[in-house]
Design a protein around this ligand. Structure first.
Ligand code: FEC
Length: 293
């Protein structure tokens, strides 16, 4: 049985002028307040994404390294930008593959996130090849160790973070928050860190409550409790995209300065060869047991 890989990511605009169409895709036809769009354009502008976007370069580097490591074709498919997941699925089928392995560059399962990547890929393949989809990998030992290496010996309170989602997912029995806490616990344990906590980041003002605490209010609590230095370890993200460079490096860092709190963050895995080897292990396992999710 021959296989190909569809490596999926959230997607990021290629240049500043793409932001309105990109945001419209995220909103999926729901209305966009003009001031929200303006704010988003300004955020991307502040990060210097005028004519090219380094995030997409990181994703391409990860794809290329994964392809080299595995020796099988790997295609990138974005949830909210081009190349689309459907395009990647067509490319995978064009190789003659009878099995497609789907892997998302986000470790924790939520129906709103990973579930949506899965639905897009299933729809695109439309039964034309078997699908082995990796639904979660937040407890993968190689990934846990990669993060543990980055926090081990830290002389600071470690704050693990991940993207927030609307609070209603808890009532729906979604495993997302539990999986995030489990990764945080595993990393802290592997690193021998006792002084840690977890907070969410990047909530959107969509008019309903989102999971908290948010990193900014959490920094207030930590400073109030006498913490002097914080090391942020984003367990729910794997690359230097907007949510890291804006919400952590800009907004949270600014709040920490106001509070007199030292704030640093770990280097994200990006296209680190050790991280690519973890991804390759996940793909090999899924390809060996295609029906096991
Ligand atoms: O660097 C970049 O250009 C893209 C960075 C990016 C990543 C990312 C990851 C996740 N999101 C998740 C959930 C939501 C929900 C909404 C939402 C909105 C946005 C907006 C931008 C954006 N997200 Fe994102 N997300 C990234 C970027 N995200 C830009 C729109 C502006 C805003 O609201 O702040 C709300 C949608 C709505 O309006 O209804 C929900 C989750 C992840 C982590 C998993 C993954 O990577 O897929 C969950 C990276």
């Amino acid at each position: 049985m021959s296989f190909a890989v569809v490596l999926m990511a959230y997607g990021s605009p290629d240049r500043l002028s793409d932001v309105p169409a990109y945001y419209a895709d995220i909103r999926g036809g729901r209305p966009i307040a003009p001031e929200r769009l303006e704010e988003l354009v300004e955020r991307y502008r502040a990060l210097g994404i005028e004519d090219s976007n380094p995030l997409n370069e990181i994703t391409e580097e990860t794809r290329a390294r994964l392809e080299f490591e595995l020796g099988v074709p790997v295609f990138t498919g974005m949830r909210h930008w081009t190349p689309r997941i459907a395009d990647a699925a067509e490319q995978a089928l064009a190789t003659g593959a009878d099995l497609v392995v789907g892997l998302v560059l986000a470790p924790h399962y939520s129906d709103m996130s990973i579930g949506s990547y899965l639905r897009q890929l299933e729809q695109a393949l439309a039964g034309r090849a078997e699908l082995a989809f990796v639904e979660r990998w937040g407890a993968e030992p190689g990934f846990v160790e990669l993060l543990a290496e980055r926090v081990r010996g830290a002389d600071a309170h470690v704050v693990f973070t991940a993207h927030s989602l609307p609070e209603r997912i808890l009532a729906e029995g979604d495993p997302y928050r539990d999986e995030l806490l489990e990764t945080s616990r595993l990393v802290a344990e592997a690193a021998g860190i006792a002084n840690w906590s977890f907070s969410f980041q990047s909530a959107s003002p969509t008019g309903e409550p989102w999971l908290g605490p948010d990193i900014v209010e959490h920094l207030d609590e930590l400073a109030g409790g006498g913490v002097e230095n914080v090391l942020v370890c984003p367990v729910g993200f794997v690359s230097d995209h907007l949510e890291i460079r804006w919400d952590i490096d800009t907004v949270a860092a600014e709040r920490a300065r106001e509070l007199g709190l030292g704030l640093s963050r770990i280097d994200l895995p990006n296209a680190d060869p050790a991280f690519v080897r973890v991804l390759a292990g996940l793909v090999r396992r899924a390809a060996a047991v295609p029906s096991a999710r």
